[in-house]
Design a protein around this ligand. Structure first.
Ligand SMILES: [Zn+2]
Length: 235
């Protein structure tokens, strides 16, 4: 799959690990929206769509193929333990002259978990143990709660005040409309929290510190090897 910015023509490099936005986004008045083009990558004969179509998905790029498959299968096993279902090809049936794509047998009983699964695979592939958050009051929140429980991640669900959340097992944050506010208050609080709260969470910081320490250790080792080689090469 290729993703290209419709605003400036920039293409996401194939092995880019964070393919979420154009680097020029927000720098001018242009709408830097990434649009995707699905290439003719080979399809595997596997009932799991995340394995079957992996060569057409960006998340599998730049990752060892066996490692990718292992991560997906391990996730599926854990999801099945929580929900009793795993991701499979969606049945497509004809009924009374209509073609029906029946999503009700999917994980969490709707198509929502499928969209979230792509993000979860990405997080697991790159060892990012960050907490999760979503603004939703229905199927998406329920789907997110299944995936979060399967991976023992904290999930904050932002919902409008007064919504029934009985079946959602997560940390529920009820959002009242502020005076004069327009738009969905749950979505607005969610955006605020992503901008402020999650960016400074300890888990994210630890992850960055860990990466920095690892890079420092690698650099120190390379310097050692370099010094050794220079001495060995002296006449
Ligand atoms: Zn752009």
């Amino acid at each position: 799959m290729t993703m290209t910015c419709s605003g400036c023509g920039w293409s996401v490099p194939p092995h880019e690990l964070r393919p979420f936005r154009c680097p020029d986004s927000g720098s001018d008045d242009t709408d830097h929206v990434l649009v995707r083009r699905i290439d003719d990558g080979a399809i595997d004969d596997d009932p799991d769509p995340f394995i079957r179509y992996r060569r057409r998905m960006h998340i599998s790029q730049g990752v060892d193929d066996r490692q990718y498959i292992d991560v997906v299968r391990r996730l599926e096993d854990r999801i099945e333990k929580v929900d009793g279902r795993r991701f499979t090809i969606t049945p497509f049936v004809e009924h009374g002259g209509f073609w029906i794509k029946d999503e009700t047998h999917n994980v969490a009983g709707s198509h929502k978990a499928r969209h979230l699964m792509g993000v979860l695979i990405w997080l697991e592939l790159h060892g990012i143990g960050a907490p999760l958050a979503i603004a939703s009051c229905g199927n998406a929140a329920y789907a997110a709660s299944i995936l979060a429980r399967a991976t023992h991640r904290r999930l904050d669900v932002y919902v409008p005040a007064g919504v029934n959340t009985d079946r959602i097992e997560a940390n529920i944050i009820r959002c009242q409309r502020r005076t004069g506010e327009r738009g969905d208050p749950a979505y607005l609080r969610f955006r605020e929290a992503v901008a402020q709260k999650y960016a400074s969470r300890d888990e994210v910081k630890d992850n960055r510190d860990e990466t920095r320490e690892l890079l420092e250790r690698i650099e120190a080792r390379l310097n050692e090897i370099n010094t050794y080689l220079m001495q060995a090469n002296k006449p």
